[in-house]
Design a protein around this ligand. Structure first.
Ligand SMILES: NC(=O)c1ccc[n+]([C@@H]2O[C@H](COP(=O)([O-])OP(=O)(O)OC[C@H]3O[C@@H](n4cnc5c(N)ncnc54)[C@H](OP(=O)(O)O)[C@@H]3O)[C@@H](O)[C@H]2O)c1
Length: 343
């Protein structure tokens, strides 16, 4: 293969997997950065099956061995040259977890993002770099800090600086907490929002973290994937940034919808975030299964969604019903024992 249309990092991840059928289904030749591990071949075969099963074209999907933590993304010269032919670069690769070690946050999320931006800048026909950033808002509490969150904010600023300095057309997307597929609830992410759902299911969520207006904004993974695939096709999204979330009700209401679906009791007592964070840090995190870091994804702010809504409308994307989204995701999680399927 001499040329590709899109180079994707994080293609094996939760969101990346949903993006690949969208890209290849539309005829784009896609190369995915695959971590150089012993089962690399098996991973590509598995990814191709996934893509084919969701209406994508596996014949347009290729794997390039590499790693975000290495110079030139760890790619050999031929693969690097191929990656540089891409007109679109999608950067989704990241280390995501609570309690993320500092060095991993720096090497994967910050330096890795810089490396991808540099690669995009050296491309021969680059038309767009799409950065999947983070859900960015001021923290709800000083007690609930997140190294993941901080590294994503730093990466976002660094990539923006590199793009400005090198003339790379950049589109930044800031998704809220990503749930499963809007029709089936299917997800491969079992932490974050799923931790709250699981605690509720086990009768271990006696309180609602946050006061009246606190929300945990959600976005469905299929909706996000369609947005990511479609946005760089529009000239007006160059230089834009988009907060992607559905109109999510306050957390207390969202939990009630999920509790009704799962047939469990709804917590009523609202506890301010600092107090909830302190209680979790004092040991309640083990009993509930909820990390204090999860509280960094709650917000009482209104996020600037108008630009994203305009692009969604141009792309013909409609908002799923959030109550139904919460219900199908909760049902999927419960039916799967809140655990990824054994591979
Ligand atoms: N999920 C959410 O709720 C959410 C919300 C807002 C923003 N985001 C952002 O969206 C992006 C995708 O998230 P996700 O939920 O799909 O994450 P994920 O499921 O954890 O996937 C992470 C991806 O990054 C890859 N990766 C990690 N370290 C790497 C390294 N050193 N070199 C190469 N690849 C590496 C992983 O590859 P392996 O398969 O080899 O591990 C995987 O493909 C991330 O940037 C994340 O910060 C996610």
């Amino acid at each position: 293969m001499k040329r590709i249309d899109a180079f994707v990092t994080g293609g094996t991840g939760f969101i990346g997997r949903w993006l690949l059928p969208e890209l290849t289904g539309g005829g784009r030749r896609v190369a995915v950065l695959l971590r150089d591990n012993p089962d690399g071949r098996h991973r590509l075969a598995e990814l191709r099956e996934w893509v084919e099963a969701r209406g994508g074209r596996s014949d347009l999907l290729h794997g390039l061995a590499g790693d975000l933590t290495r110079d030139d993304l760890g790619m050999d010269p031929a693969d690097l040259a191929l990656a540089r032919t891409a007109s679109q670069v999608f950067h989704l690769g990241a280390a995501m977890s609570f309690g993320l070690p500092a060095e991993q946050a720096r090497q994967v999320n910050v330096r890795g993002s810089e490396r991808v931006a540099e690669l995009a800048a050296s491309g021969s026909s680059l038309d767009r770099l799409v950065l999947v950033s983070g859900f960015q808002h001021r923290r709800s509490s000083k007690l609930a800090t997140s190294r993941y969150h901080d590294s994503k904010l730093t990466a976002d600023a660094r990539v923006r600086d590199i793009a400005e300095a090198t003339g790379v057309p950049l589109t930044r997307v800031h998704p809220a907490s990503v749930t499963g597929d809007s029709r089936t609830g299917q997800t491969s992410q079992f932490w974050g929002w799923p931790d709250l759902v699981q605690a509720l299911h086990r009768g271990r969520l006696p309180i609602v973290p946050g006061v009246r207006d606190h929300r945990l904004p959600l976005v469905a993974v299929d909706h996000l994937a369609k947005f990511l695939a479609g946005a760089p096709e529009l000239a007006e999204t160059a230089g834009g940034q988009y907060w992607l979330l559905h109109d999510t009700p306050p957390l207390a209401d969202l939990l009630r919808i999920v509790a009704d679906e799962l047939g469990v009791a709804t917590p009523r007592l609202r506890v301010p975030i600092p107090l909830a964070a302190m209680s979790l840090q004092a040991g309640l995190d083990r009993w509930t299964g909820i990390s204090a870091e999860a509280l960094t994804f709650l917000t009482a702010q209104d996020l600037p969604v108008a630009e994203a809504r305009r692009v969604e409308s141009t792309l013909g994307l409609t908002q799923p019903d959030v109550a139904e989204l919460a219900r199908v995701t909760a049902r999927f999680l419960a039916d799967h024992g809140f655990r990824p399927a054994a591979s």
